[in-house]
Write a protein that binds this ligand. Structure first.
Ligand code: ATP
Length: 416
């Protein structure tokens, strides 16, 4: 049986990953896990999300087929008790897939990928559930069925790329108070396990980034390429007491949300990989954000590196008109919020007045040519010169402190 869950939490507490961790323990009496529990991140631009648009699923083998009803009851009961149903924006969904067939797999795998890349309606999830006779339970407006079905779909059909995250949870009495974590042990764990783990610390910005600051039960999460690495890092970290921990397989850090496209195809609230030539040079706006424009085949779009992307903006500031780039990021308000940029060609040509008698000729006015102030020589044209560029071609990313859950870090390109 595959069980998908979503939308149980609110900004004031709880977290669906925690609910799943509790459920996994409870289900142990009736079934065993066939694979790692799954934590999937869906479209990061969905306005209904509480934080990171996570959805969860498990694939279990029942100890006894007659236990199916008991397991469903247990899941529904746990969701009912632990969800923050009082929050207007909490609309839990639960999906139970029992006898999958090829046509169901085909339809759900498409739905799951769309949940990561596109914006879906509750109606679409319900139609698919009914069409394939999939048992489910929705609460309130049932929006959580979208994420629950998407997560169940990934558990059914697999992920094209995956990483792991070990999440440690706080004791309930500590929820809401400042987290106690031995910072030195975190730096040491990072030094011992990077690049098999990543985004535990942000070296350039001298910060620990693996612990949230919110009211939820998560103490910290360690991301890495396999279970062994995240467990090794975990064993080195000193902290307040941990109530429980769990290792999830996940689509985090895989770039699954990015759609390769042309600028004219772009839609709001989706994330893209777009080619273009810088058509308006970067400018810094209030708040320290940097904006520039790229164009391709007559279509243009603005791109922004927000202030929290810190040192990444140093690269963006150096771009010039004519540079050929590929941008990676989500489109909000007709602007690409940059996660990465690949600079493929730098425009090193600049038009300048010619040099004469050791000095630049001076313009004599519009359309009047240039004249040497010393010998009086006149030139009609400017000349093409090479300009020094403070950047090189290559792929650049925002620092760990500004990384979105789905964004693939460069370290995963070099050490896949
Ligand atoms: P947390 O960070 O604790 O996991 P969250 O950020 O996952 O919380 P949810 O409370 O799960 O946020 O709310 C997201 C809601 O949006 C869910 O109801 C989910 O079903 C729905 N949703 C997810 N992806 C899409 C999508 N692509 N299109 C439409 N709705 C979606």
């Amino acid at each position: 049986m595959i069980i998908g869950l979503d939308d149980t939490d609110s900004r004031d507490g709880m977290c669906t990953t925690y609910l799943m961790a509790v459920l996994v323990e409870k289900i142990n009496a009736f079934a065993s896990l066939k694979d790692y529990p799954l934590l999937v991140r869906l479209n990061p631009n969905i306005k209904y999300k509480t934080r990171g648009n996570a959805a969860l699923a498990i694939n279990i083998a029942l100890n006894d087929k007659n236990n199916a009803a008991k397991v469903k009851e247990l899941v529904i009961d746990t969701v009912e008790k632990m969800s923050v149903l009082s929050d207007e924006n909490t609309n839990p969904g639960i999906v139970f897939i029992e006898i999958p067939d090829e046509s169901m797999k085909n339809d759900i795998s498409k739905f799951s990928l769309r949940a990561v890349r596109d914006v879906l309606e509750i109606r679409e999830a319900k139609e698919l559930l009914e069409q394939h006779d999939i048992d489910h339970r929705g609460f309130k407006n049932e929006r959580g069925l979208i994420g629950a079905l998407a997560a169940a779909g990934f558990a059914l059909c697999g992920l094209s790329d995956h990483t792991f995250e070990l999440i440690a949870y706080r004791e309930k009495k500590n929820w809401g108070s400042p987290r106690i974590i031995d910072e030195g042990s975190v730096w040491a764990a990072n030094a011992a396990t990077y690049p098999d783990t990543w985004d535990t610390v942000d070296i350039e910005n001298e910060r620990i980034v693996f612990a949230p600051h919110s009211l939820d039960p998560i103490l910290f999460g360690i991301r890495g390429k396999n279970e062994e690495s995240v467990r090794r890092a975990f064993s080195m970290i000193g902290s307040e007491p941990i109530e429980r921990h769990i290792v999830y397989r996940t689509n985090q850090n895989t770039d699954m949300h990015l759609i390769p496209a042309k600028i004219h195809e772009v839609q709001e609230d989706r994330s893209y990989i777009l080619d273009g030539v810088v058509s308006k040079a970067p400018k810094t706006i209030i708040g320290g954000h940097i904006i520039f424009e790229i164009s391709e085949n007559g279509s243009s779009i603005e791109c922004v590196a927000f202030e929290p992307t810190k040192g990444f903006r140093r690269i963006i500031r150096e771009l010039r008109e004519g540079d050929e780039v590929i941008v990676y990021g989500s489109v909000k308000d007709k602007t690409v919020n940059l996660e990465k940029i690949r600079i493929d060609r730098l425009n090193i040509q600049v038009l300048r007045n010619p040099v004469c008698c050791g000095k630049r000729m001076k313009s004599m006015g519009k359309g009047q040519g240039k004249r040497c102030e010393k010998c009086g020589a006149v030139s009609k044209e400017q000349v093409v010169e090479a300009v020094f560029r403070g950047i090189s071609i290559g792929l650049y990313e925002v620092p760990p402190c500004a990384r979105r859950h789905l964004a693939k870090p460069l370290i995963r390109f070099s050490y896949p």
